[in-house]
Design a protein around this ligand. Structure first.
Ligand code: GAR
Length: 210
């Protein structure tokens, strides 16, 4: 069975969507641990409620990114998961860390990548006058939000949308998209070959769209 470690920093609604899919038996996987860089992350309560081991790894003052990531990777390597899922983990990861988990490290990002890497994606999509926005699940590579995109979900930006309504629309899609992509891993349908995605044994020429 696919053993997953989920990294969070905040609310953990994407973590919850994955746990729901497992509990509803739509996803044959086990979340073996949750790791947060913030002790107050609400998502940690979700771990406690379900008796899932939770680790808080706070960053220390003056600690380098490399040192933090070394501690993080030590904990993950001890857990020995098949897949590491970034679900609102709001830290930039060092190249050394990312390279250790090539092909088994994925992230969800609230934009239609390659558009709007980084922060404030809803505001930037709105300011640009975009009609479409959404979320992407991608393999993590050393380039921030730059790894090969596995799948995306699109939402329409209406004239009366504000950041709150847009964010809610995107999150609704995230909660469908992330468990689905994890399911593909559980079914061994997905693989990263250098910088190419192989889906069901064939090259994925463009991201899946749900
Ligand atoms: C999600 O919307 C996710 O796309 C975003 O953080 C949110 C976490 O929500 N991630 C990023 O911005 C990463 N660059 P959650 O804690 O409720 O799952």
């Amino acid at each position: 069975m696919l053993k997953i470690v989920v990294l969070i920093s905040g609310f953990g609604s994407n973590l919850q969507a994955i746990l729901d899919a497992i509990n509803e038996k739509n996803l044959d996987a086990e979340v073996i641990a949750i790791i947060s860089n913030r002790s107050k992350a609400k998502g940690l309560n979700r771990a406690r409620e379900q008796n899932i081991p939770a680790y808080v790894i706070p960053s220390r003052k003056n600690q380098s990114r490399e040192d933090y990531d070394k501690r993080l990777s030590e904990v993950i390597n001890r857990l020995n998961p098949n897949l590491v899922v970034l679900a609102g983990f709001m830290r930039i990861l060092s190249e050394e860390f990312v390279n250790q988990f090539t092909g088994k490290l994925i992230n969800i990002h609230p934009s239609l990548l390659p558009k709007y890497k980084g922060l404030d994606t809803h505001q930037r999509a709105k300011d640009a006058g975009d009609r479409q926005h959404g979320c992407s699940v991608h393999f993590v590579t050393p380039e921030l939000d730059g790894g090969p995109v596995i799948a995306q979900a699109i939402v329409l930006i209406e004239k009366n949308d504000d950041i709150a309504s847009l964010s809610a629309k995107v999150q609704e899609q995230e909660h469908k998209l992330y468990p689905l992509v994890v399911e593909w891993f559980a079914n061994k349908q997905l693989e990263l070959l250098e910088d190419k995605i192989i889906f069901n044994g064939e090259l994925l020429s463009k991201p899946h769209c749900i």
